[in-house]
Design a protein around this ligand. Sequence first.
Ligand SMILES: O=c1ccn([C@@H]2O[C@H](COP(=O)(O)O)[C@@H](O)[C@H]2O)c(=O)[nH]1
Length: 238
Amino acid sequence: MEVRNRLIVALDVASMADVRQLVETLGDAVSYYKVGMQLFYSVGMECLTYLREQGKDVFLDLKMHDIPNTVAQGAASLTRLGVAMINVHASGGQAMMQAAAEKVAETAKTLNIPRPKLIAVTILTSMNDAEWASLRNTASIPDQVVHLAKMAQAAGMDGVVASPQEAELIRAACGKNFAIITPGVRPHGAALNDQSRIATPAAALQAGAHYLVVGRPITAAPDPRAAALAILEEMREA
Ligand SMILES: O=c1ccn([C@@H]2O[C@H](COP(=O)(O)O)[C@@H](O)[C@H]2O)c(=O)[nH]1
């Protein structure tokens, strides 16, 4: 896969004006965007239509987490939107993930449209050991991430969202064809913001990540295009 197609830029903005400005500024440097709660809850379908018109791929990051039937029906609705990737929280359990996987496959087949990649979020990259322990979890974060990744794979997920710090363990446990999507990517010297379990773009790729999700290090940079190109160059070298 071309390096350019492995960088997913998080469009964490709240208006179409901001979307247009960023997408125009980044131009052909970026081919894949993540639309999350902030943008989708603000502008809805308009951003998906715009990104499709621009020829961009979309990861619709709504992180569904509910009972199996509700998530499966939600996943069917998102499948109809024609995006490239959607996701659920792995902590919703194996039955929930399996119901979603079956419904996505069935919906895509019925409509004769490409099936979006269905991804499970393991443990948020903002979570650190102290906060994890405060939730009374007993397994370590890496152990739990690998456990959830294996469960997701058994349920028919296409891959997981995890920290780059766990990518190597996931790859060893789930094989090279199970997609690993890593937010928590910070070039040397970039602000951490609210992220905890981070790595540089090069380290994330070397650990086995297939896709890197990068938001603020690009979107909040004084020159977003230059920031994206620098990350792509680091990825190419890695
Ligand atoms: O564990 C997770 C899951 C999702 N995210 C999302 O990725 C981006 C990261 O943005 P940055 O500005 O590069 O921190 C953001 O949209 C999160 O919602 C995550 O960070 N960690």
